[in-house]
Design a protein around this ligand. Structure first.
Ligand code: FAD
Length: 375
């Protein structure tokens, strides 16, 4: 049966766009379906680990054109303002999703990918073929990559376990002008959450935090919540009081789940947050999203070239590789998040890292990968 393209990708965030670039660069036909337009802001800390640079280079995506802010230092503060510093073992850069996603989208168009701006409403697998329904059309393909992010209507369609469980986490993000060191990413602890502060392009400061809904709902609005809860940490009070908001109002998302997900479901290879979301305090989700697209794309190419003989082998290989690259990191992220929920342990941890400066980079290394190898 004639299909629409070799691969259909559902979702055009970093994972979906990286997959589209990779597969089209290697000669496969790709249709990517994204419900929203470009460019647009997304809730994200926008600190990208350098581990991804060799791969972006291989994709011909020279992000230096976007003038990202180079970042190589890390600052961690407790609610009471105690501070630990570390040099980031690998370093990274700050770039807004507004710029980055749009840049990769333009590249995907230039590579000949078909990009449909519609919402996928259903995806079904039958007779070794996928049928994908959008609001306006029906497509078919032998391979579908699921890149629809942390929470989507497609998770519901697939009856994925995490979707029905209530999550206690929400997140808030905005851009500001103000005074903040260019080369630092700061993580400030506050009651029930943590807040990242770092620069992106054009001297803009990104302030993005994860907060527990239980505490958040006790306040009338974001301003009141920030004044009463975030301001308890003097570093956050200082940066928020002395910065000018560049958005009409901060962006918010809720129901952020860190539950385990399966990397393959209903024969769809899941990439990026769709396969599993690492705690944002690790600052590594974007690199993982892009890296998982590379792993899936290479295997799909092997499947089409006949190097992988069956769909079963494709799915097994992807699951194995996904777990090998990301399993330990996600576990570390979960452990760290649990530790940071406890005020006493957090204070002790900071005291220890101040006394033993090598400890913090060692912890950071556990949540990050090595620079991605290109063969
Ligand atoms: C508070 C917070 C802070 C973070 N900070 C950082 C950080 O500093 N550094 C870092 O590396 N990571 C960070 N992350 C993680 C990072 O944002 C994600 O890991 C990354 O965005 C994953 O990209 P993705 O492509 O998987 O998903 P997304 O970027 O969410 O893309 C998914 C896309 O799918 C589309 N979609 C969904 N459903 C459908 C449908 N049915 N039809 C069509 N399209 C659909 C959506 O519109 C969306 O564009 C943070 C996350 C949070 C929550």
């Amino acid at each position: 049966m004639k299909t629409n393209s070799d691969v259909v990708i559902i979702g055009g965030g970093l994972a979906g766009l990286a997959g589209a670039l990779h597969l089209s660069q290697k000669g496969l036909t790709v249709t990517l379906i994204e419900k929203s337009g470009y460019p647009r802001h997304k809730v994200c800390g926008e600190y990208v680990s350098n581990e991804i640079l060799p791969y972006l280079h291989w994709l011909n995506a020279d992000i230096s054109k976007l003038h990202p802010a180079p970042i190589n230092k890390f600052e961690f503060t407790t609610r009471k303002g105690k501070t630990a510093f570390a040099n980031l073992p690998l370093g990274g850069f700050g770039i807004s999703r507004y710029q980055l996603d749009n840049f990769l989208y333009q590249k995907a168009i230039a590579n000949g990918c078909i990009i449909i701006k519609e919402m996928v409403t259903n995806v079904a697998f039958d007779n070794d073929l996928f049928t994908i329904n959008t609001s306006n059309q029906v497509l078919s393909s032998k391979i579908v990559l699921g890149a629809f992010g942390k929470r989507s209507n497609i998770d519901q369609v697939l009856s994925r376990d995490f979707f029905v469980k209530k999550s206690p986490w929400l997140a808030v993000k905005a851009h500001y002008y103000g005074v903040f060191n260019n080369d630092v990413v700061a993580l400030h602890n506050f009651k029930g959450g943590y807040c990242g502060v770092s620069k992106v392009e054009n001297d803009i400061i990104n302030i993005c935090y994860l907060a527990d809904y239980e505490t958040f709902k006790q306040y009338k609005n974001i301003e009141e919540y920030q004044r009463n809860v975030l301001y308890e940490n003097k570093h956050l009070k200082n940066v928020l009081e002395n910065s000018t908001l560049l958005f009409d109002k901060p962006l918010t998302i809720s129901q952020i789940s860190f539950d385990k997900k399966k990397p393959v479901e209903n024969h769809i290879l899941m990439i990026g947050d769709t396969a599993g979301l690492i705690h944002p305090l690790c600052g590594n989700g974007m690199a993982m999203a892009i890296h998982s697209a590379k792993i899936a794309s290479e295997l799909v190419l092997d499947y089409y070239s006949g190097k992988i003989n069956s769909r079963e082998e494709l799915e097994k290989s992807y699951t194995k590789q996904w777990k090998k690259h990301f399993g330990k990191r996600l576990l570390m992220g979960r452990l760290l998040a649990r530790v940071l929920k406890n005020k006493t342990i957090t204070n002790t941890l900071v005291a220890i890292t101040v006394a033993l400066p090598a400890l913090l980079p060692a912890i950071i290394k556990q949540t990050h990968g090595k620079p991605i190898a290109i063969h």
